[in-house]
Design a protein around this ligand. Structure first.
Ligand SMILES: Nc1ncnc2c1ncn2[C@@H]1O[C@H](COP(=O)(O)OP(=O)(O)OP(=O)(O)O)[C@@H](O)[C@H]1O
Ligand SMILES: [Mg+2]
Length: 373
């Protein structure tokens, strides 16, 4: 799922749509609908993308198939390769006659994970809401929010390892075609490709687990190690931005029970936000402080404080909402995901303004009780 803009081939949308674009289509006649969707699906199939067409009234599956067959001569091959699926909206959205948004969202995660694993350069899906009745409307709106979250998560989490896999595969080819070929370097680049791809599939698995919440891996985790490991990943970005780092990691903290990678993700999101909040500051030192300590008898608290722009009190209640962002390149998912991870671990994540400058984000986690002396 590449993040660069792709051709949507839908007239009103313009020629390009970024990864994650999710738009509504209003149509007057059946022919309008067919014209738009045929152009949309044809363009995807020509680009080797995966297409799912969820058909509802006024169209039938047979009509959709026949119209697409006229536009795409090798349609049978697309079906045979499972690159194209045409399904009925009632079967997709209302299996057994019931609309279950949660189940549906989970099935999108699975679909995205399996498509990513099969290496499609993109996917396009078209669905129709003519099947929707008034009583399902609220549930459907919740489901749409969840769907946006699915898209946002994929975009946020998968970009880096996939870009790494592509860059290392390119490097591998370059070493193989040099004169004479440098097999050691090519092998090293291939190893790095495998590593990046494995990481991508690990992330997909964990996103699915995050959504299903109960399926998460739970192990004894030392929170200071999690912090140190994460800082290792982002140290060069801090140096590059002239950010000085202070850590006060509490000694002999009890472990927590949790998913190490998810907990790293939280630290990474908070530290990145801190660095980004300080990017425009000129008149004072750029300082990031990370503290961990015991909190109440059986809890641990982690605090990430910056000397950045601070949070406008008017929006402090909104910053944890999915897609709330004030950044040009932001997805607005970092804090929403972090809060959902912390809450799934039985903790709490909140933000406070600092007395002078900047903000502090803190979260608690229950200590692993058996280990508390
Ligand atoms: N340390 C901070 N200081 C000031 N404002 C912050 C801080 N952290 C987050 N915010 C505000 O909260 C918003 C949401 O943060 P969040 O991490 O969810 O998304 P983002 O950073 O905008 O995008 P991304 O999805 O790339 O993380 C930010 O756009 C910013 O306005
Ligand atoms: Mg962020």
């Amino acid at each position: 799922m590449a993040s660069e803009p792709r051709r949507a081939s839908v007239d009103v949308v313009g020629d390009v749509a970024a990864w994650g674009a999710h738009f509504c289509l209003f149509y007057e006649t059946k022919q309008d609908l067919l014209d738009t969707l045929i152009s949309y699906c044809k363009s995807g199939l020509e680009r080797e993308e995966y297409c799912l067409w969820i058909v509802a009234e006024p169209l039938t599956i047979e009509e959709a198939r026949a119209a697409l067959k006229n536009a795409v001569p090798d349609l049978d091959r697309c079906f045979a390769d499972s690159r194209l699926e045409i399904v009925a909206a009632r079967d997709w959205f209302l299996p057994g006659g019931v609309f279950d948004g949660k189940r549906l969202t989970a099935s999108w995660y699975e679909k995205l994970a399996s498509l990513s694993a099969r290496g499609y350069p993109g996917m396009r899906i078209t669905g129709d809401t003519t099947w929707l009745s008034k009583k399902e409307w609220t549930h459907f709106c919740d489901y749409e929010d969840g769907l946006n979250e699915v898209i946002g998560n994929q975009r946020l989490e998968l970009r880096q390892p996939l870009a790494g896999a592509v860059a290392n595969s390119d490097a591998c080819l370059a070493w193989l075609s040099s004169e004479p070929p440098n097999l050691d370097e090519a092998r090293a680049a291939a190893d790095r490709t495998i590593e990046a791809a494995t990481r991508a599939s690990d992330i997909i698995r964990r996103i699915q687990a995050l959504f299903k919440k109960t399926a998460r891996e739970r192990m004894r985790v030392n929170i200071n190690e999690v912090i140190e490991e994460t800082l290792g990943l982002i140290r060069s970005e801090m140096l590059g931005n002239n950010v000085s780092l202070q850590t006060e990691l509490g000694p002999q903290l009890p472990p927590v029970l949790g998913d190490r990678v998810q907990l790293q993700q939280v630290v990474l999101n908070l530290v990145k936000n801190g660095i980004e909040a300080m990017s425009g500051v000129q008149d004072r030192a750029l300082q990031l402080r990370i503290r961990s300590a015991r909190y109440e008898p059986n809890q641990i608290v982690v605090a990430v404080a910056d000397s950045g722009a601070g949070i406008d009190p008017k929006v402090i209640g909104r910053i944890f909402e999915p897609f709330y962002t004030t950044k040009l390149q932001g997805t607005g998912m970092g804090l929403a995901i972090s809060r959902s991870i912390i809450e799934a671990h039985g903790g709490r994540l909140w933000a406070e303004a600092n007395p002078s400058h900047g903000a502090t984000f803190q979260y608690t986690l229950p200590a692993h009780i058996e280990s508390v002396q």
